[in-house]
Design a protein around this ligand. Structure first.
Ligand code: NDP
Ligand code: MG
Length: 384
């Protein structure tokens, strides 16, 4: 039986690579529903190739155009947030690939879980903002969540078959991004273009900036906490510039397992869709015959303060990770528009974390309110 897939964010970096995986394994997967933000032309192109049952675009002004372009296809076209929510609940779907960027992934991911869909999760912000709520829903609706993020896929692969064995700690690797080794004085003048130029991964803009500031690793630490139910003190981050070791798990006997491979997101995407089984692939292989050096170093938390802030937010819990995420989304957007400088991003996030009132227990509406209020405060601080 083919696995029927909905892709939330089909026009993004992860969405496009998910469609590549589906294209290469047509006997196993079908793309039933494609959902995009505003890139109507790419959505139309994808729809013509993959013939999904439904396409949805968030930007309602693109609806007529898409409808017109797909008039000869047997594809239903919808637009707007409500229709995205409806689409992920559609009966014809088994698995939802959650690959939109940022907080906007939270609500549709929750809807998919409530409709009993398994989730292949790229959208780490969902777990950062509301990890506890999501885990409760996963239990309640008896669905599975498979990580796409390469580090979390690595950890997941390391602990497969180890269910009866406790692990001592998780070691998340980080490439260090384009500014690895830079000190604050050098970071003062870096531009969005330089920050977007990641040495190892070609990704969407937001995660590329997050990688340059190490916020991505901070978000991943929180993501790991919720995915693997691990105590914050047992998560370690180590810089590994080659991005070959995707992460490691240390067990109670001191043994360490690692997952390695060339940096290619299609590997974890495919595994998230087939786990615990593996499919053949023609992805490039890692060669040990060529000179291969693997280096590791401590992250510089003084210069890249975001990682420190994320650890603190995780330990404090409650609404802190939600504040961290919302403030980060606003400052990244502002940095990309050249309204603020690189180092100002961490300063503003920290100020938001200090200024927002602490709330220990939150329901969905509380998260929405914290997110909204944080965004307002962040914008105020930017325009100060
Ligand atoms: P992109 O910016 O490349 O893609 C984002 C996708 O989300 C696009 O399809 C975009 O549509 C869509 N989108 C944005 N806002 C909305 C909305 N409100 N409603 C519906 N669709 C929306 O991001 P990435 O693919 O790089 O990242 C996606 C997620 O995966 C992020 O959470 C990221 O952290 C995570 N991730 C990404 C990795 C990577 O290698 N790229 C690696 C690990 C994790 P459109 O373009 O049409 O506007
Ligand atoms: Mg990652």
């Amino acid at each position: 039986m083919k696995k029927k897939i909905a892709i939330l964010g089909s026009t993004g970096s992860i969405g496009i690579q998910t469609l590549d995986v589906i294209q290469n394994n047509k006997e196993y997967f079908s793309a039933e529903i494609l959902i995009a933000g505003q890139n109507s032309n790419l959505l139309i192109k994808q729809a013509k190739v993959f013939k999904p049952k439904i396409v949805v675009i968030n930007d309602e002004s693109k609806y007529q155009y898409i409808k017109e372009q797909l008039k000869d296809e047997r594809i239903k076209v919808y637009a707007g947030k409500k229709e995205i929510i409806n689409a992920v609940k559609n009966k014809s779907v088994d698995t939802v690939v959650s690959a939109v960027v940022g907080y906007s992934g939270l609500e549709p991911t929750i809807s998919a879980i409530e409709a009993g869909k398994n989730i292949a999760l790229a959208n780490k912000e969902t777990l950062v903002v509301a990890g506890e709520l999501i885990n409760n829903l996963i239990k309640k609706y008896k669905v599975k969540m498979y990580p796409i993020d390469s580090e979390h896929s690595a950890i997941y692969q390391c602990i497969l078959g180890e269910e009866k064995n406790k692990f001592e700690k998780i070691i998340l690797t980080a490439s260090g991004g384009p500014f690895r080794g830079f000190k604050k004085s050098r970071l003062e003048k870096v531009t969005p273009d330089e920050a977007l130029n990641h040495p190892k991964w070609k990704m969407g803009k937001k995660i590329s900036i997050d990688s340059a500031t190490l916020m991505n690793k901070g978000l991943e630490v929180i993501e790991a906490k919720w995915l693997f139910n691990v105590d914050p003190d047992n998560i370690e981050v180590i810089i590994h510039p080659e991005a070959i070791v995707h992460s490691m798990v240390q067990f109670r006997d001191g043994s360490i397992k690692a997952q390695l491979g060339v940096p290619d997101m299609k590997i974890p995407i495919q595994f998230a869709l087939t786990s615990p089984y593996r499919l053949d692939s023609n992805f490039p292989r890692l060669s040990f015959k060529e000179k291969l050096s693997l280096n590791f170093e401590k992250p510089d938390l003084y210069t890249f303060k975001n990682l420190k802030l994320a650890f603190q937010a995780m330990k404090e819990g409650g609404n802190k990770p939600c504040i961290l995420n919302a403030a980060n989304e606003v400052v990244v957007d502002s940095f990309l528009k050249k309204e603020i400088k690189f180092l100002e991003m961490s300063e503003i996030i920290e100020e938001c974390l200090n200024k927002m009132e602490y709330i220990a227990n939150l329901n969905f509406d509380d998260y929405v309110e914290v997110d909204t209020k944080t965004r307002i405060l962040t914008k105020k601080l930017i325009n100060k």
